[in-house]
Design a protein around this ligand. Structure first.
Ligand code: NAD
Length: 499
């Protein structure tokens, strides 16, 4: 439900907040044992929002210890799933009750438009936690065919201590995609938010406690990559669920190999192709979706449709429409309700995006729109929606994940060529195809090597029923859906001999 608050209302509300920056261990907020903190900076204006606990080894060890104790003690791990359901649903309800506060925190911390955090991020997180809560007392094991003298049971059990290391683009939503199934399944969880956007993770820890989650079951450790690394190397962490870059994902696998072979689940980067065939059923809708695919959330989307593959016959007409849609994404104050494009997460990421724009020019791509930093006087980090016509799909901007509002437009002549271009990537997170022809659409969907394929739409399916994740170097495992429960449970065969 869109809020009816004005910019001034949101600014006033933001100013009234007292922001928590401490870690959450064993049911209470605590400072890092070293006493160290780091500045939490808002990308809206470069202002320091608060000091956040800069956790390190001592805090990681303390959190893992209490998480293990809670797991062994069993108040959560061995509780009747109906009890866990009740707590999870109450937790989701408390998130809804604090929706405005969480939305403002997310907007201040990550530069996301308030219109998005109030309608997508926060309701989506509550929905996810509730969904897994509601599911957990409805999934059972199997009694399997076996020799007559045996009873064979196949059951799933919680893994133990699960560490969740998450990125900054959808801070609470990506965290909830892991917390939902991991907690519902009965694990103890340690959440490590990104150092660039830790505030909502820290805030919801207290809501989980209020909802009735036993102490030690849900812990939050803010800090940098070192905290993630220590968790990934820890001998008493049983599973590490990671969402982030492919580069760090590769390290996480190595850390697991160097330590206890913990289960590792990776949700990584993408460079998703969006293919527009000449018989695209609705140019206007397709152009609107193509603009949203790359400019929504400032292009900081793992599923960003950052490669637009468009048929030569319709290219000019389609680009005209797309340019028009892109004009609707001019950056402005993220706290203003009408804003559709907010701030880039921080100065480093903005420089990275601008660096790719320079590379595009240098590699011979033709600028169609945008290309510049804007709103410098705010002290924040804003980049225009940017589009390049790319004659050579092998150049960097058309191959590498930029994670910003930069679109590469590539031209094709045949469907085979489009599929070949689409699949010529180290990633395989998502893809889309637009065609009125059922056969073309189905064939393309089959041949695209991606975890999600959209036909005549892009980024649809906020529903929890769809598994979400990637082929190739976009990761392994799947978030969302009942399949995600498999990541946070061990499979056990029990054979009972009757005689
Ligand atoms: P990142 O890999 O830099 O960081 C992700 C998390 O890992 C952060 O919490 C960070 O502190 C931590 N980290 C950093 N170095 C580490 C190390 N050596 N060991 C352990 N942890 C470490 O990614 P980011 O910049 O925060 O996020 C952007 C990336 O996330 C993009 O590549 C994007 O595609 C990806 N992403 C993927 C999905 C998905 O579901 N597939 C969803 C959202 C974002």
């Amino acid at each position: 439900m869109p809020s009816n608050k004005s910019l001034a209302d949101w600014q006033q509300f933001a100013a009234s907040l007292s922001i928590e920056g401490r870690a959450f261990i064993q049911g209470q907020y605590v400072t890092a044992q070293s006493g160290k903190t780091f500045d939490c900076i808002s990308p809206i204006d470069g202002r320091v929002l608060t000091q956040v606990a800069d956790c390190d080894e001592a805090d990681v060890n303390a959190a893992v210890h209490v998480a293990r104790q809670a797991f062994n003690q069993g108040a959560w791990s061995q509780a009747n799933p109906r009890k866990r359901k009740k707590v999870m649903c109450r937790f989701a309800e408390l998130i809804r009750q604090h929706a405005d506060e969480l939305a403002v925190l997310e907007t201040l911390d990550a530069g996301k438009p308030i219109g998005d955090t109030t309608t997508v991020d926060i309701p989506g997180a509550a929905y996810c936690i509730e969904w897994y809560g509601e599911a957990i007392d409805k999934v059972g094991g199997e009694v399997v065919p076996a020799d007559n003298h045996l009873v064979g049971l196949v059951t799933r059990e919680p893994i133990g201590v699960v560490a969740c290391v998450v990125p900054w683009n959808f801070p609470l939503l990506m965290a909830s995609w892991k917390l939902g199934p991991a907690l519902a399944a009965g694990n103890s969880v340690i959440l490590k938010p990104s150092e660039k956007s830790p505030l909502t993770a820290i805030r919801i820890a207290e809501l989980a406690k209020q909802a009735g989650m036993p102490d030690g079951v849900f812990n939050v450790l803010p800090g940098g990559g070192t905290v993630g690394k220590l968790l990934a190397l820890h001998m008493d962490v049983d599973c590490l669920a990671f969402t982030g870059s492919t580069q760090v994902g590769k390290l996480i696998m190595q850390y697991a190999g160097q330590s206890n072979l913990k289960r590792v689940w990776l949700e990584l980067g993408g460079k998703s192709p969006n293919i527009v065939m000449p018989d695209c059923p609705d140019f206007d809708r397709a152009a609107n979706a193509a603009a949203g695919a790359i400019f929504y959330n400032m292009g900081e989307m793992c599923t960003a449709g950052s490669r637009l593959l468009v048929h030569r016959d319709i290219k000019d007409a389609f680009i005209d429409k797309l340019l028009d849609k892109a004009r609707g994404y001019q950056p402005s104050n993220p706290l203003a309700p009408a804003t559709s494009m907010g701030a880039i997460i921080d100065y480093i990421q903005m420089k990275r995006v601008l660096g790719y724009i320079e590379a595009g020019h240098a590699d011979g791509a033709r600028l169609l729109a945008g290309g510049k930093q804007v709103l410098q006087d705010t002290g924040g980090f804003y980049v225009e929606p940017t589009m390049f016509d790319v004659p050579n799909p092998a150049i960097r901007i058309a191959r590498e994940e930029i994670f910003g509002p930069v679109l590469s437009v590539v031209t094709f002549d045949t469907m085979d060529q489009a599929i070949e271009l689409a699949n010529a990537s180290e990633f395989g997170l998502a893809a889309a195809v637009w065609s009125s022809n059922l056969t073309t659409a189905h064939e393309a969907a089959r041949r695209l090597r991606a975890g999600t394929v959209w036909v005549n739409c892009y980024d649809e399916g906020g529903d929890m029923n769809f598994p979400f994740g990637g082929y190739r170097q976009s990761g392994n495992g799947r978030d969302k859906s009942l399949h995600a429960l498999e990541k946070y449970t061990e499979l056990k065969s029990t054979l009972v001999r009757l005689r």
